[in-house]
Write a new protein. Structure first.
Length: 313
């Protein structure tokens, strides 16, 4: 186990290095600079700002300096959004709110999606299965901003006399409801579809046929024996999805005006605040890598037959 974790740690460092380099190079390849706005400063002012923040140097030189700085834990300072404020300080301030909303969203998605997938498998071929498949297909097909906009319109006064929640985010428990529903709707639908497919595959395995031959009840076979193996592809999906959800639904936070990391990341891209873009991207990439590692370790817990030292076979 220790050897496997060490191997994954080395791969994580290499992955983060590649992500950092690609993001930095692609970001600098886009025309324009952070100083362009409605009131564009003079060329002399732009040159002075570029010199101050090292943007006048060749891209390779900038990349080398940036890699050296992050190796020492320095992700730079904001150059526009919150001038000269450390990027790490911004991330640690914005992330807790996004994580709180993400935890609630992914929790209800798991608690509802997995049982619905089991129910669809148990009731396969019936109207219940058909109805659940239609709902989940719609949920997977609808973009996040559409779900968020519909919830915002319906439950915040868009329909006369039906204002149940505030239009903006004020920190009260009511202001969490709609963002968490919107953020968790897609994962819930996807988990339901994936659980159903995995359950149907497990049901057709030989050990399930043996259990049926022994006279075990169908409910016990599905929810106790088949579900355990069906959870493996679900865990695979949950690894990166939890990371993305906890780091903030970019669109959802924008629609509901939530002062979280996701919304701030979108604003930093629009403002071309390079240090914040880089810092948030690296943070998200690291989070995804950690969650994927935890998902692999959970495989062993769910199915002890899996040998991680042999690539999970």
């Amino acid at each position: 186990m220790a050897k496997y974790v060490l191997k994954r740690a080395v791969m994580a460092v290499i992955t983060l290095f590649i992500v950092t380099c690609l993001t930095f190079l692609l970001m600098n390849a886009i025309p324009g600079n952070p100083w362009l706005s409605e009131k564009t400063p003079s060329q002399a002012t732009i040159d002075a700002l570029n010199e101050k923040y090292g943007l006048d140097q060749p891209v390779i030189v900038q990349l080398g300096k940036y890699l050296g700085n992050i190796a020492h834990g320095d992700f730079g300072n904001s150059i526009k959004m919150q001038k000269d404020r450390p990027v790490l300080d911004i991330i640690t301030t914005m992330f807790p709110l996004s994580a709180r909303i993400g935890i609630i969203a992914i929790s209800w998605a798991i608690l509802v999606g997995v049982p619905l997938g089991c129910l669809a498998a148990y009731k396969r071929g019936t109207w219940v299965d058909s109805l659940l498949r239609v709902i989940c297909t719609i949920g997977i097909s609808m973009p996040g901003f559409v779900v968020a906009t519909i919830l915002l319109h319906v439950f915040t006064g868009g329909i006369e006399g039906f204002k149940l929640f505030p239009t903006g985010f004020d920190g009260s428990w009511k202001s969490y409801v709609l963002p968490c529903l919107a953020l968790g709707f897609y994962p819930m639908c996807y988990l339901s579809r994936q659980t159903r497919t995995a359950m149907l595959d497990s049901i057709n395995q030989e050990y399930i046929k043996t259990a049926r031959a022994k006279g075990l009840k169908n409910k016990k076979i599905i929810f106790k024996h088949a579900l355990r193996n069906a959870l493996i592809p679900v865990i695979t999906y949950l690894g990166p999805q939890i990371a993305f959800t906890l780091c903030g639904g970019f669109v959802v936070e924008k629609v509901f005006s939530i002062p979280g990391l996701g919304r701030y990341f979108v604003m930093s891209i629009q403002a071309r605040d390079y240090p914040i873009i880089m810092g948030t991207t690296i943070f998200l990439a690291a989070f995804v890598i950690v969650m994927n590692l935890l998902a692999d370790l959970l495989y062993k817990l769910v199915d002890p037959r899996i040998n991680l030292s042999k690539g999970g076979n």
